[in-house]
Design a protein around this ligand. Structure first.
Ligand SMILES: NC(=O)c1ccc[n+]([C@@H]2O[C@H](COP(=O)([O-])OP(=O)(O)OC[C@H]3O[C@@H](n4cnc5c(N)ncnc54)[C@H](OP(=O)(O)O)[C@@H]3O)[C@@H](O)[C@H]2O)c1
Length: 243
């Protein structure tokens, strides 16, 4: 059957909320065996009950190594965990810069490093970047720089894993209304207005939905994208196509 994940074991980080949770639920509904990673065990259990739940901070390399040692072989990774501390270069202290690199780049690097030998031939890996790592916007400097590094990590891994027929791509979403966006809006004087303005910056004039992202994730993790590797795909209502 086209689009089935029966017999495949897929690991998802950030699986306790937002895009990671939505992707986990879609893949499970298509038959995948799930390994769900996040820092909050209860949230992972709420995402999909019948899964292998792993409470793990991916910024802790030693903990990632420890988990990887006992991890079963995998047919796919969807590395969605990440976070955003706003600020310009001038206003961002080095501690916040380090935190952004750790959450958005070092964590996925660490997982790719330690899980390398656990990936089956034919596996597909998807890294969740951002469209604001393709074009600069104000007030997200450290996050954008870290996600730009993640986009390059997808290309490097595509090259390194190609001899084993393992693919790696990144997706670069525009704004989708998840807990991450809610956290950002919570600091705003006009959250409703900000949400409308966020939706208006792309030609399609709407926010992305979780379903928009999960459809692309499933395509990239499945066999139908079999000749696609080393790409960074904007999924942002066309924002990347215009000034
Ligand atoms: N929503 C958007 O508009 C948007 C746009 C572009 C890109 N993105 C990217 O999409 C990804 C998913 O974000 P989202 O929108 O779904 O937001 P979200 O609901 O906040 O999800 C982020 C997830 O990452 C996990 N996480 C954060 N730091 C972690 C760490 N150190 N170790 C392990 N897990 C960690 C969090 O889980 P715990 O707290 O349980 O650990 C949370 O479940 C992120 O990489 C984000 O940068 C989002």
């Amino acid at each position: 059957m086209s689009g089935t994940f029966a017999g495949r074991r897929i690991l998802i980080t950030g699986a306790g909320s937002g895009l990671g949770r939505a992707t986990a639920r879609l893949l499970r509904s298509r038959g995948a065996e799930m390994v769900l990673v996040g820092r909050r065990l209860e949230a992972l259990q709420e995402t999909v009950e019948e899964a292998f739940h792993v409470a793990l901070d991916h910024t802790d390399d030693e903990a990632v190594a420890h988990f990887a040692a006992d991890c079963p072989t995998l047919d796919g990774l969807f590395l969605s965990a990440g976070s955003l501390i706003p600020g310009s270069v001038a206003s961002t202290p080095i501690s916040a810069f380090d935190a952004m690199i750790a959450a958005n780049l070092r964590g996925p690097w660490s997982l790719a490093h330690h899980l390398d030998s656990h990936l089956n031939p034919g596996a597909s890996v998807v890294l969740v970047g951002s469209n604001i790592a393709l074009r600069a916007i104000p007030d997200s400097a450290a996050y954008s720089v870290a996600k730009a590094g993640l986009h390059m990590l997808a290309k490097v891994l595509a090259l390194e894993w190609a001899p084993r027929q393992i693919r790696c791509n990144a997706i670069a979403p525009g704004p989708v209304h998840t807990p991450m966006v809610d956290a950002r809006l919570a600091t705003s004087a006009d959250p409703g207005g900000d949400l409308v303005r966020l939706a208006a910056v792309n030609p399609l004039q709407r926010l992305g939905t979780e379903a928009d992202i999960t459809a692309l994730a499933a395509f990239l993790l499945g066999d139908e994208s079999g000749w696609l590797t080393g790409t960074v795909i904007p999924i942002d209502g066309g924002a990347d196509a215009v000034y």
